[in-house]
Design a protein around this ligand. Structure first.
Ligand SMILES: [Zn+2]
Length: 311
Protein backbone atom coordinates (compact mmCIF):
# COMPACT_ATOMS: atom_id res chain seq x y z
CA UNK A 1 0.00 0.00 0.00
CA UNK A 2 -0.32 2.33 -1.84
CA UNK A 3 -0.56 0.38 -5.09
CA UNK A 4 -1.31 1.44 -8.67
CA UNK A 5 -4.86 2.79 -8.07
CA UNK A 6 -3.78 4.92 -5.11
CA UNK A 7 -0.70 6.27 -6.88
CA UNK A 8 -2.69 6.95 -10.06
CA UNK A 9 -5.23 8.84 -7.92
CA UNK A 10 -2.38 10.91 -6.46
CA UNK A 11 -1.08 11.60 -9.98
CA UNK A 12 -4.47 12.77 -11.22
CA UNK A 13 -4.95 14.80 -8.08
CA UNK A 14 -1.78 16.83 -8.60
CA UNK A 15 -2.30 17.52 -12.32
CA UNK A 16 -3.08 21.16 -11.47
CA UNK A 17 0.68 21.67 -10.92
CA UNK A 18 1.19 21.36 -14.70
CA UNK A 19 2.71 24.58 -15.96
CA UNK A 20 3.72 25.72 -12.48
CA UNK A 21 7.21 27.04 -11.85
CA UNK A 22 9.07 25.64 -8.84
CA UNK A 23 10.35 28.56 -6.80
CA UNK A 24 12.12 26.47 -4.15
CA UNK A 25 12.30 23.05 -2.51
CA UNK A 26 12.54 22.73 1.25
CA UNK A 27 12.69 20.06 3.87
CA UNK A 28 10.31 21.06 6.67
CA UNK A 29 11.64 20.63 10.20
CA UNK A 30 10.87 17.03 11.13
CA UNK A 31 12.08 15.17 14.18
CA UNK A 32 11.43 11.77 12.59
CA UNK A 33 13.91 9.58 10.80
CA UNK A 34 14.54 11.37 7.48
CA UNK A 35 13.25 9.90 4.21
CA UNK A 36 15.64 9.08 1.41
CA UNK A 37 16.00 12.30 -0.59
CA UNK A 38 18.38 12.29 -3.52
CA UNK A 39 20.32 14.50 -3.96
CA UNK A 40 20.47 16.25 -0.56
CA UNK A 41 18.09 19.16 -0.12
CA UNK A 42 20.53 21.98 -0.97
CA UNK A 43 21.47 20.41 -4.32
CA UNK A 44 17.87 19.32 -4.91
CA UNK A 45 16.68 22.88 -4.35
CA UNK A 46 19.33 24.33 -6.65
CA UNK A 47 18.47 21.92 -9.47
CA UNK A 48 14.67 22.35 -9.39
CA UNK A 49 14.56 26.10 -8.75
CA UNK A 50 12.89 27.99 -11.64
CA UNK A 51 12.09 24.79 -13.52
CA UNK A 52 8.57 24.41 -14.95
CA UNK A 53 6.48 21.22 -14.53
CA UNK A 54 5.76 19.96 -18.05
CA UNK A 55 4.21 16.57 -17.26
CA UNK A 56 2.93 14.50 -14.35
CA UNK A 57 3.15 10.76 -14.92
CA UNK A 58 3.34 7.45 -13.11
CA UNK A 59 5.69 4.49 -13.33
CA UNK A 60 4.29 1.51 -11.45
CA UNK A 61 3.80 2.71 -7.88
CA UNK A 62 5.74 5.97 -8.35
CA UNK A 63 4.57 9.47 -9.27
CA UNK A 64 6.87 11.16 -11.81
CA UNK A 65 7.06 14.94 -12.15
CA UNK A 66 8.78 15.96 -15.38
CA UNK A 67 10.58 19.29 -15.57
CA UNK A 68 11.31 21.47 -18.59
CA UNK A 69 15.04 20.62 -18.54
CA UNK A 70 14.43 16.82 -18.79
CA UNK A 71 14.98 16.14 -15.11
CA UNK A 72 12.33 14.03 -13.37
CA UNK A 73 11.27 14.08 -9.74
CA UNK A 74 10.37 10.47 -8.85
CA UNK A 75 8.25 10.08 -5.73
CA UNK A 76 7.79 6.58 -4.36
CA UNK A 77 5.24 6.58 -1.50
CA UNK A 78 6.12 2.98 -0.43
CA UNK A 79 4.08 2.22 2.73
CA UNK A 80 2.58 5.45 4.01
CA UNK A 81 3.66 8.27 1.67
CA UNK A 82 1.20 10.82 0.29
CA UNK A 83 1.54 13.43 -2.44
CA UNK A 84 -0.66 16.36 -1.52
CA UNK A 85 -1.88 19.75 -2.66
CA UNK A 86 -3.97 20.22 0.49
CA UNK A 87 -2.83 20.56 4.08
CA UNK A 88 -1.33 17.27 5.32
CA UNK A 89 -2.94 14.97 7.93
CA UNK A 90 -0.20 16.04 10.42
CA UNK A 91 2.56 18.64 10.20
CA UNK A 92 4.85 16.27 12.05
CA UNK A 93 5.45 13.92 9.14
CA UNK A 94 5.79 16.47 6.37
CA UNK A 95 8.96 15.52 4.46
CA UNK A 96 9.29 17.80 1.45
CA UNK A 97 7.69 20.99 0.17
CA UNK A 98 7.94 22.29 -3.37
CA UNK A 99 6.94 25.95 -3.49
CA UNK A 100 5.21 26.81 -6.77
CA UNK A 101 4.16 29.91 -8.64
CA UNK A 102 1.80 30.76 -11.51
CA UNK A 103 -0.23 27.58 -11.29
CA UNK A 104 -3.80 26.89 -12.17
CA UNK A 105 -6.42 26.24 -9.47
CA UNK A 106 -7.04 23.22 -7.26
CA UNK A 107 -9.45 20.74 -8.77
CA UNK A 108 -12.41 19.42 -6.84
CA UNK A 109 -12.54 16.32 -9.03
CA UNK A 110 -9.01 14.97 -9.17
CA UNK A 111 -10.19 11.63 -10.58
CA UNK A 112 -11.51 12.90 -13.86
CA UNK A 113 -8.33 13.88 -15.65
CA UNK A 114 -6.49 11.19 -17.49
CA UNK A 115 -3.46 12.73 -19.08
CA UNK A 116 -0.97 15.51 -19.20
CA UNK A 117 -1.93 18.96 -20.26
CA UNK A 118 -5.57 18.83 -19.30
CA UNK A 119 -7.34 21.71 -17.74
CA UNK A 120 -8.91 20.71 -14.44
CA UNK A 121 -11.57 23.37 -13.97
CA UNK A 122 -13.39 23.73 -10.70
CA UNK A 123 -11.96 25.15 -7.56
CA UNK A 124 -13.52 23.91 -4.35
CA UNK A 125 -10.39 24.63 -2.31
CA UNK A 126 -9.92 27.80 -4.28
CA UNK A 127 -6.85 29.89 -4.90
CA UNK A 128 -3.80 29.25 -7.01
CA UNK A 129 -1.64 26.18 -6.46
CA UNK A 130 1.29 27.36 -4.37
CA UNK A 131 2.81 24.15 -3.05
CA UNK A 132 3.20 20.41 -3.52
CA UNK A 133 3.83 18.34 -0.40
CA UNK A 134 5.25 14.92 0.30
CA UNK A 135 4.03 13.54 3.62
CA UNK A 136 5.05 10.18 5.04
CA UNK A 137 4.11 8.80 8.45
CA UNK A 138 6.56 5.90 8.54
CA UNK A 139 9.20 7.60 6.43
CA UNK A 140 9.95 4.67 4.12
CA UNK A 141 9.06 6.64 0.98
CA UNK A 142 11.70 8.12 -1.31
CA UNK A 143 12.06 11.24 -3.47
CA UNK A 144 14.69 11.28 -6.21
CA UNK A 145 15.61 13.92 -8.77
CA UNK A 146 16.92 12.09 -11.81
CA UNK A 147 18.54 12.95 -15.14
CA UNK A 148 17.23 10.98 -18.15
CA UNK A 149 20.03 8.38 -18.05
CA UNK A 150 19.42 7.79 -14.33
CA UNK A 151 15.69 7.54 -14.97
CA UNK A 152 16.38 4.84 -17.55
CA UNK A 153 18.74 2.82 -15.38
CA UNK A 154 17.21 3.32 -11.93
CA UNK A 155 13.51 3.24 -12.78
CA UNK A 156 12.63 2.11 -16.31
CA UNK A 157 15.08 -0.81 -16.42
CA UNK A 158 13.66 -2.24 -13.20
CA UNK A 159 9.99 -2.18 -14.11
CA UNK A 160 7.90 -4.30 -16.45
CA UNK A 161 4.99 -2.98 -18.49
CA UNK A 162 2.37 -1.10 -16.51
CA UNK A 163 -0.46 -3.26 -15.19
CA UNK A 164 -3.00 -1.05 -17.00
CA UNK A 165 -1.29 -1.56 -20.38
CA UNK A 166 0.22 -5.05 -20.27
CA UNK A 167 -1.23 -7.61 -22.69
CA UNK A 168 -2.09 -11.19 -21.79
CA UNK A 169 0.66 -12.31 -24.14
CA UNK A 170 3.26 -10.14 -22.36
CA UNK A 171 2.13 -11.45 -18.98
CA UNK A 172 2.46 -15.03 -20.17
CA UNK A 173 5.85 -14.32 -21.73
CA UNK A 174 7.17 -12.76 -18.51
CA UNK A 175 5.75 -15.25 -16.03
CA UNK A 176 4.53 -18.30 -17.96
CA UNK A 177 7.58 -20.44 -17.29
CA UNK A 178 7.93 -19.43 -13.63
CA UNK A 179 7.38 -22.04 -10.94
CA UNK A 180 6.25 -19.37 -8.50
CA UNK A 181 2.64 -19.21 -7.28
CA UNK A 182 0.66 -16.75 -9.42
CA UNK A 183 -0.20 -14.52 -6.44
CA UNK A 184 3.48 -14.12 -5.55
CA UNK A 185 4.50 -13.61 -9.19
CA UNK A 186 1.97 -10.81 -9.75
CA UNK A 187 3.86 -8.76 -7.13
CA UNK A 188 7.07 -8.93 -9.19
CA UNK A 189 7.43 -5.35 -10.44
CA UNK A 190 9.92 -6.38 -13.12
CA UNK A 191 7.24 -8.61 -14.67
CA UNK A 192 4.27 -6.25 -14.35
CA UNK A 193 4.40 -2.87 -12.63
CA UNK A 194 1.84 -1.56 -10.16
CA UNK A 195 0.16 -4.58 -8.55
CA UNK A 196 0.64 -5.13 -4.81
CA UNK A 197 -0.69 -7.50 -2.18
CA UNK A 198 -4.23 -6.12 -1.97
CA UNK A 199 -5.05 -5.94 -5.67
CA UNK A 200 -3.34 -9.27 -6.49
CA UNK A 201 -5.85 -11.01 -4.20
CA UNK A 202 -8.80 -9.14 -5.70
CA UNK A 203 -7.66 -9.84 -9.28
CA UNK A 204 -7.29 -13.59 -8.70
CA UNK A 205 -10.67 -13.80 -6.99
CA UNK A 206 -12.36 -12.12 -9.95
CA UNK A 207 -10.44 -14.42 -12.30
CA UNK A 208 -11.52 -17.48 -10.30
CA UNK A 209 -7.94 -18.71 -10.02
CA UNK A 210 -6.40 -20.29 -6.92
CA UNK A 211 -3.61 -17.95 -5.74
CA UNK A 212 -1.35 -20.99 -5.10
CA UNK A 213 -1.46 -22.12 -8.74
CA UNK A 214 2.01 -22.31 -10.25
CA UNK A 215 2.51 -19.89 -13.16
CA UNK A 216 3.74 -22.67 -15.46
CA UNK A 217 0.45 -24.55 -14.92
CA UNK A 218 -1.75 -21.70 -16.14
CA UNK A 219 -3.37 -21.98 -19.55
CA UNK A 220 -3.41 -19.29 -22.22
CA UNK A 221 -7.08 -18.71 -21.42
CA UNK A 222 -6.26 -18.22 -17.74
CA UNK A 223 -3.56 -15.64 -18.55
CA UNK A 224 -6.11 -13.86 -20.70
CA UNK A 225 -8.49 -13.85 -17.78
CA UNK A 226 -5.88 -12.57 -15.35
CA UNK A 227 -5.10 -9.70 -17.71
CA UNK A 228 -8.79 -8.82 -18.15
CA UNK A 229 -9.48 -8.99 -14.42
CA UNK A 230 -6.38 -6.90 -13.68
CA UNK A 231 -7.73 -4.14 -15.87
CA UNK A 232 -11.21 -4.52 -14.45
CA UNK A 233 -10.15 -4.38 -10.78
CA UNK A 234 -7.60 -1.59 -11.18
CA UNK A 235 -9.87 0.65 -13.26
CA UNK A 236 -12.70 0.13 -10.81
CA UNK A 237 -10.38 0.98 -7.89
CA UNK A 238 -9.14 4.14 -9.67
CA UNK A 239 -12.76 5.20 -10.18
CA UNK A 240 -13.20 4.89 -6.40
CA UNK A 241 -9.92 6.77 -5.80
CA UNK A 242 -8.22 3.77 -4.24
CA UNK A 243 -8.58 1.99 -0.91
CA UNK A 244 -8.22 3.66 2.48
CA UNK A 245 -7.67 0.79 4.92
CA UNK A 246 -8.52 0.71 8.62
CA UNK A 247 -5.29 2.54 9.51
CA UNK A 248 -6.74 5.52 7.61
CA UNK A 249 -3.36 6.47 6.14
CA UNK A 250 -4.03 6.64 2.41
CA UNK A 251 -5.67 9.86 1.21
CA UNK A 252 -5.95 11.45 -2.22
CA UNK A 253 -4.13 14.69 -3.16
CA UNK A 254 -6.79 16.74 -1.39
CA UNK A 255 -6.45 14.71 1.83
CA UNK A 256 -9.73 12.81 1.53
CA UNK A 257 -10.26 9.04 1.70
CA UNK A 258 -10.69 6.63 -1.19
CA UNK A 259 -13.73 4.35 -1.18
CA UNK A 260 -12.68 1.12 -2.91
CA UNK A 261 -12.22 -0.52 0.52
CA UNK A 262 -16.02 -0.82 0.52
CA UNK A 263 -15.82 -2.97 -2.62
CA UNK A 264 -13.15 -5.48 -1.63
CA UNK A 265 -14.33 -8.99 -2.34
CA UNK A 266 -11.65 -10.95 -0.45
CA UNK A 267 -8.90 -8.67 0.90
CA UNK A 268 -8.86 -8.62 4.71
CA UNK A 269 -12.16 -10.54 4.80
CA UNK A 270 -10.96 -13.79 6.41
CA UNK A 271 -13.83 -15.90 7.80
CA UNK A 272 -16.46 -13.70 6.16
CA UNK A 273 -18.85 -15.61 3.85
CA UNK A 274 -17.90 -15.24 0.17
CA UNK A 275 -20.19 -12.70 -1.46
CA UNK A 276 -20.24 -14.62 -4.72
CA UNK A 277 -20.91 -18.28 -3.85
CA UNK A 278 -22.25 -17.71 -0.33
CA UNK A 279 -21.11 -21.25 0.52
CA UNK A 280 -17.57 -20.82 1.81
CA UNK A 281 -15.84 -18.36 4.07
CA UNK A 282 -12.93 -16.35 2.70
CA UNK A 283 -9.65 -17.98 3.74
CA UNK A 284 -6.39 -16.33 4.71
CA UNK A 285 -3.09 -18.04 3.97
CA UNK A 286 0.49 -16.77 3.96
CA UNK A 287 2.54 -16.73 0.75
CA UNK A 288 6.06 -15.29 0.69
CA UNK A 289 5.46 -13.73 4.12
CA UNK A 290 2.37 -11.87 2.91
CA UNK A 291 -1.31 -12.56 3.60
CA UNK A 292 -3.36 -13.93 0.75
CA UNK A 293 -7.15 -13.99 0.84
CA UNK A 294 -9.26 -16.21 -1.42
CA UNK A 295 -12.48 -18.23 -1.67
CA UNK A 296 -11.81 -21.99 -1.61
CA UNK A 297 -14.88 -22.65 -3.78
CA UNK A 298 -14.80 -19.81 -6.32
CA UNK A 299 -11.04 -20.25 -6.75
CA UNK A 300 -10.90 -24.05 -6.80
CA UNK A 301 -7.56 -25.48 -7.77
CA UNK A 302 -8.98 -27.94 -10.30
CA UNK A 303 -9.93 -25.10 -12.59
CA UNK A 304 -13.25 -26.85 -13.18
CA UNK A 305 -15.29 -24.07 -11.63
CA UNK A 306 -17.78 -22.17 -13.69
CA UNK A 307 -16.81 -18.95 -15.40
CA UNK A 308 -16.86 -15.84 -13.25
CA UNK A 309 -18.62 -13.08 -15.11
CA UNK A 310 -16.58 -9.93 -15.34
CA UNK A 311 -18.59 -6.92 -14.14
ZN1 LIG B 1 -16.92 -18.10 -3.22
Amino acid sequence: MPELPEVETMRRGILPILGCRITSAERPACTRRPILLQPRIDAFDRRVRDRVVVNVGRRGKRVTIHLDDSQTIVIEPRMTGLVLLAEPPTTDHLRLRLNLSAGSTKSSRPNESTGAGESTGSTDLGGPIDQLLFWDRRGLGTVRLLHPAEMASMVDAKLGADALCITAEQLRENLGSSRRAIKVALLDQAAVAGIGNLYAAEILFLAGIDPRTRCDKLSRVQWQRIQECTLNVLEDAIEHEGSTLSDGTYRNALNTEGSYQNHHRVYDRADVPCGRCGKANIRRIVQAQRSTFFCPICQRKSGLHETVTIR
